[in-house]
Design a protein around this ligand. Sequence first.
Ligand SMILES: *[C@@H]1O[C@H](CO)[C@@H](O)[C@H](O)[C@H]1NC(C)=O
Ligand SMILES: *[C@@H]1O[C@H](CO)[C@@H](O)[C@H](O)[C@H]1NC(C)=O
Ligand SMILES: *[C@@H]1O[C@H](CO)[C@@H](O)[C@H](O)[C@H]1NC(C)=O
Ligand SMILES: *[C@@H]1O[C@H](CO)[C@@H](O)[C@H](O)[C@H]1NC(C)=O
Ligand SMILES: *[C@@H]1O[C@H](CO)[C@@H](O)[C@H](O)[C@H]1NC(C)=O
Ligand SMILES: *[C@@H]1O[C@H](CO)[C@@H](O)[C@H](O)[C@H]1NC(C)=O
Ligand SMILES: CC(=O)N[C@H]1CO[C@H](CO)[C@@H](O)[C@@H]1O
Length: 570
Amino acid sequence: MKKYLSNYVPFFTLVGLAGLALVLWNITMLESWNCQTVSTYLQLQNSIQSVLKISEIFPVEFNYSYCSHLGQEPTEEEAKEERYLLKSISWSEPPVLGLPLRQSSDPAQSYYIIQDSGELQVGGKLVVKVQMNNFFGQPKKHGGDFLVARLHTPELGAGVVGRVHDHRNGNYSLFFPLLWPGVVQVDVTMVHPSEAIMVLKRLREEQSDRVFFKSLFRSRYLSETTLCNLCLPVKKQPLCNYTDPYTGEPWYCYKPKLLDCDTRVNHAKGGYKKNLLTSYEKKFFQSAVNIKIPIHAAGMDNVTVLPASKGQTTWRNLELSQSGFYYRGIWRPLTGVVMRQFNDSSAITQCLRGKMVYMYGDSTVRQWYEYLVAQVPEFKEFNFYSPKNVGPFMAVDSNHSIVLRYRCHGPPIRFTTVSSAELHYISNELDGLRGGSDTVVMISIWSHFSTFPVQVYIRRLRHIRRAVIRLLNREPATIVLIRTANLQKLDPESSLYNSDWFSQQLDSVLRIMFKGLNVQLVDAWEMTLAHHQPHQLHPSPAIISNMIQFILSHICPVRRKRKRDYYEAT
Ligand SMILES: *[C@@H]1O[C@H](CO)[C@@H](O)[C@H](O)[C@H]1NC(C)=O
Ligand SMILES: *[C@@H]1O[C@H](CO)[C@@H](O)[C@H](O)[C@H]1NC(C)=O
Ligand SMILES: *[C@@H]1O[C@H](CO)[C@@H](O)[C@H](O)[C@H]1NC(C)=O
Ligand SMILES: *[C@@H]1O[C@H](CO)[C@@H](O)[C@H](O)[C@H]1NC(C)=O
Ligand SMILES: *[C@@H]1O[C@H](CO)[C@@H](O)[C@H](O)[C@H]1NC(C)=O
Ligand SMILES: *[C@@H]1O[C@H](CO)[C@@H](O)[C@H](O)[C@H]1NC(C)=O
Ligand SMILES: CC(=O)N[C@H]1CO[C@H](CO)[C@@H](O)[C@@H]1O
């Protein structure tokens, strides 16, 4: 048999190498959205084209329910939590499906009205009503549109997000806390109409492989590339089972024809599946029509807020759901952390002196690593010949005994070419940390899960949460920060893979799952939504800087622990 096969080896090698060259040539140049700040339409077009080629090599058939039995079975308690989580993020469906576009939500015909609430003062709140209309200008009869809102004063560099309440009848209420005096403007955006959300829901369940992955297998002169995912239909080819022995997190690749499963050398994003939508569904994803379109005011779009009267307790009495707001361009947390300004590199190194800082996750936590290394000349980066953007990375300030490390999370990860030796799960990494007051852990894991059913994300967070609990149990003084998801720029293509709606759903799950633990959330969602800069997967330096200030303020708190004294700081 071996001898017989060896006659074909040169042939397969040639085919394998040719396929590999085809696949890797262009893909390596086209970094994932999550790796690169730039994501022009042109690049997207390119990547979609190269995807087509790969799809021809690997015809993909995928059915998530087929895969649902793979991976670790949740315990009864976990299954109960999962049901609760899924219920808490359930999204109301339109009562009638298949509505023509003209009867779907049209942000241009919709409007908001500032409710007259008499004299407005700092400490009060502003209520805004939104009426969603269709393209005929008729009121919508059902809810489910995805709206986001903020209140801001450009001259003061001030902004805060609003809470959105869906009345499920086409009307929405927005609630904003009034936190600074002056003229405040309302900003309401429809991210997607309810009709588009139904499409995204469908994609999430039925097209979980719309981002697909591949691995290179190599042994001596022979190499092959095969398709990989959380689960794969077995009927075609035998599988290589890379299920993690510690967590039970599933991962599979098709077994190469000639090589065995032990010859896997790397992992990479394969590409993005195309032609996901019917021509009917496409109408709900039009750039200038119904993706991230502002809703205009009927009447005033601003009000004047008076200072709080002297001696009066102000917003202290309010039940604020917001985690902070911007004032003079600086993030002011409303939840305990008192913001300090670490405005030069020595302030940063003083704070981090003697600390091991571990950053795990996607490119959005890598931004923190990059920011710190760029801001602090004392950090000397070690070059491990790690691939650009992928890592792992390490920087050291030996004078202050500071170590910064970054490592990407385990699959599914859309990075380009991660060595299979570097595919580590965050929970396993955490289990390898001693912990203690000199250990800071920062985690960001959300973006690469947007194309999968929420259960996949819940399972991953469950493992991370268990490891965090074990770590805090070993060493309660360990500092753990978790970054939430953020909003990003969306177009008709990227919406199908990376919509803010997917991110927001995952984000709600994350917030519930880590509630009550001694873990500090870094609210990237609010910090990007409240800011005046456009939404980007990788937030701009002004926002990153605020995140770092917030993180350092948490690691190195002011001695006099007075809550919410940001007015003195302004
Ligand atoms: C997926 O698989 C399940 C179970 O095998 C089957 O009932 C269902 O119809 C399949 N769905 C699709 C879209 O193929
Ligand atoms: C929705 O709001 C509009 C404008 O405020 C109002 O005229 C209408 O009665 C409201 N509709 C419902 C169903 O409450
Ligand atoms: C893959 O391996 C895991 C653990 O070793 C096992 O539980 C799972 O059933 C295997 N999957 C398949 C499809 O054989
Ligand atoms: C506030 O609204 C009024 C009336 O629409 C408008 O004239 C004024 O320019 C607005 N002020 C600011 C600061 O935008
Ligand atoms: C940095 O902040 C300190 C006090 O927090 C202040 O004295 C100093 O002037 C600031 N430096 C810069 C460059 O802004
Ligand atoms: C480290 O500290 C020494 C003495 O304080 C100083 O001379 C040296 O420049 C510092 N090195 C760096 C890289 O900051
Ligand atoms: C090998 C291969 O597919 N090369 C293509 C890479 O992309 C450029 C343009 O994006 C094509 O011209 C090449 O043919």
